[in-house]
Design a protein around this ligand. Structure first.
Ligand code: FE
Ligand code: FE
Ligand code: ZN
Length: 277
């Protein structure tokens, strides 16, 4: 099955997201758990979750991906910033259990000058504080573009974080095509080699989701500016090849392309379905 969707607004709740997804031919979706800049999350309404489950079953939606606010930094140097990140992480993971067995994606963090090794240790320590054996949610660490002091711009850094996490089976990876491209991994020209490297360093069994984005910048630019599929440096054909690759084709794919409205993502989803082998 081809599992494809995009990033949606969570303002109207879970059922509304399932309806939005279904309206554009998507069978999965992503959303921010709260304002992407942080702040308080809206309480989860059990009636909304029940209505969502009913509609999702009808629409063939089995999975979704929640995304942590991107300002959350568990590698922060300032104690109050790190405490804030830990509180958000713990609260988000508790809320995720109202929709069991789903996935939660986060940017690992920024070491803000402390060095990657210190950042990695702080991120792993944060995960060890918030993960619990009884949780059904899989937490995904996103591959980053390597912009500024971002941790997770290389497969080695993600492997190092996971190597220090006690409940390793609760943690996986989300591969962002724009980010890895910007990080110097040539997913357009050498996809097989990149996936071989991923397998050697992290293990392909840890890969649970793909953010499918084109990039406004050339290979290795370390910029992180998403483009619509086919309007960037990676190109539509290479991105369609990502969705068709033997090692990836059964994963859920999420578009985070800049669009003005749902119809824009609907067109991208239709084009990808037409290119599906
Ligand atoms: Fe992200
Ligand atoms: Fe992403
Ligand atoms: Zn990005």
């Amino acid at each position: 099955m081809f599992t494809i969707g995009c990033h949606l607004s969570s303002a109207k709740g879970y059922r509304a997201m399932a309806a939005d997804a279904a309206s554009i031919g998507a069978n999965t979706f992503q959303f921010f758990t709260r304002n992407p800049r942080g702040g308080k999350a809206k309480a989860i309404d059990p009636a909304d979750v029940a209505a969502f489950e009913e509609l999702a079953a009808e629409a063939g939606i089995e999975r979704f991906l929640a995304h942590a606010p991107y300002t959350m930094n568990p590698a922060a140097a300032k104690p109050e910033t790190r405490e804030f990140a830990l509180a958000i992480l713990a609260d988000d993971l508790a809320r995720m259990e109202s929709t069991p067995h789903q996935m939660y994606n986060m940017h690992p963090g920024c070491h803000v000058g402390q060095g990657a090794e210190a950042g990695i240790a702080k991120i792993a320590d944060a995960l060890n504080q918030v993960l619990a054996p009884e949780q059904t949610t899989t937490l995904l660490l996103e591959t980053m573009a390597g912009k500024g002091t971002e941790v997770g711009g290389t497969f080695e850094e993600l492997a190092a974080i996971m190597g220090q996490v006690e409940l390793a089976d609760h943690v996986g990876v989300c591969l962002d095509t724009c980010h890895v491209w910007d990080g110097g991994y040539d997913v357009a020209g050498r996809l097989d080699d990149v996936l071989e490297e991923f397998d050697r360093v992290i293990g392909l069994e840890r890969l649970r989701a793909v953010h499918l984005n084109d990039s406004k910048n050339p290979l290795g630019a370390a910029k992180d500016r998403h483009a619509r599929l086919g309007e960037g440096e990676i190109g539509f054909e290479a991105l369609a090849a990502v969705t068709n690759h033997e090692a990836l084709r059964d994963l859920p794919f999420f578009l985070e392309t800049p669009q003005d409205d749902l119809a824009g993502w609907g067109a991208e989803i239709a084009a990808l379905k037409a290119a599906r082998l």
